[in-house]
Design a protein around this ligand. Structure first.
Ligand code: AMP
Length: 298
């Protein structure tokens, strides 16, 4: 595995790869890699002839009171994990390389990017879109892989690629979880043992709502209340949002309908650690003659 620190070297390499008719599969990360990232790197090998992983804690996607400074970093450990999982090129630029003092462009987003996570963390998705716009021009990938863990981010990225005509296919990979259901995250290392013990309640609360939907519940507010009352099982959570929406548009209808896919989204603090998680649930299509009620087994 080769380590690349400069944009010019990465661009030259990307040119050589595409010049020889090969495709690159790209996995952008902020490092402190865990099994969720490792799974993305392994999956990338099924898409590209060459795989590039980036490690870059992107300052422009952090708010002024967020954890940019204390975000966990361990390059040596990341290097080993990336290599073991089959990464060909590790792109590891520093902040000045990506954002020289003269840097003056930020991508502005509207629509669904302004909701939920976008509202809770103003500027966050603009920062994500900006760094990815740069990465796509630097790495020139045919494929870019992202985790469902950051569900709304995957929608923002698909919109970015569509709107700015990037010739890259976005692949979304399911969330990798700890044994007890907690979604893996570099930020889980912040959790105290007590908070870590309560953290899987997010997963269990989402599962409760999934089961209710599968049993026929269609009313958005009732679905939201199921997640909320379950999360209230621990007094430690400070809930940022917990809601359900159309999985594509993020619209919030009174009632979901057949054929729609629902996304359940949670963001909550345990102590100072902000955790996010989600699940998607398809509502089966109605069968002929059914007036819209739930049909078990359909
Ligand atoms: P991050 O380093 O947190 O910016 O994440 C880099 C990529 O890994 C993003 O596409 C994330 O969605 C993805 N990712 C993070 N955690 C997980 C997980 N538990 N399962 C699957 N993908 C993940």
């Amino acid at each position: 595995m080769k380590i690349i620190n400069t944009i010019s070297e990465m661009q030259e390499l990307a040119g050589k790869i595409s010049g020889s008719g090969e495709k690159t599969a790209f996995v952008p990360t902020m490092g402190f890699l865990h099994e969720g990232h490792a799974g993305l790197i392994r999956e990338a090998k099924n898409y590209g002839d060459k795989t590039v992983t980036s490690i870059f804690v992107n300052p422009v996607q952090f708010g002024p009171n967020e954890d940019f400074e204390k975000y966990p970093r361990d390059f040596e450990r990341d290097r080993k994990i990336a290599e073991t999982n089959g990464c060909d090129f590790l792109f590891y630029p520093d902040v000045k390389e990506m954002y020289p003092d003269s840097f003056n462009t930020i991508i502005n987003l509207s629509g669904a990017a302004k909701k939920f996570e976008g509202a809770a963390r103003p500027g966050h998705f603009s920062g994500v879109a900006t760094v990815l716009a740069k990465f796509f021009n630097i790495v020139k990938p045919g494929y870019a892989l992202f985790g469902q863990k950051d569900y709304q981010q995957t929608l923002v990225i698909k919109q970015l690629v569509k709107d700015l005509d990037y010739d890259v296919k976005i692949v979304v990979v399911p969330t990798v979880r700890e044994q007890d259901g907690l979604a893996m995250s570099s930020r889980n290392t912040y959790l105290s043992p007590d908070d870590r013990a309560d953290a899987p309640l997010i997963f269990r609360s989402l599962e409760k709502a999934v089961r209710a939907i599968e049993a026929g519940e269609r009313k958005r507010k009732i679905i939201n209340a199921i997640i909320l009352s379950s999360l209230r099982g621990s007094a430690k959570f400070k809930i940022d949002y917990c809601l359900s929406a159309d999985a594509e548009s993020l619209d919030e209808p009174e009632e979901f309908v057949h054929g729609q896919r629902i996304v359940l989204l949670v963001a909550a603090y345990l102590g100072k650690t902000r955790l996010i998680d989600n699940m998607t649930v398809p509502i089966p299509s109605a069968i002929a003659g059914n007036s819209g009620g739930f049909v078990p087994g359909v």
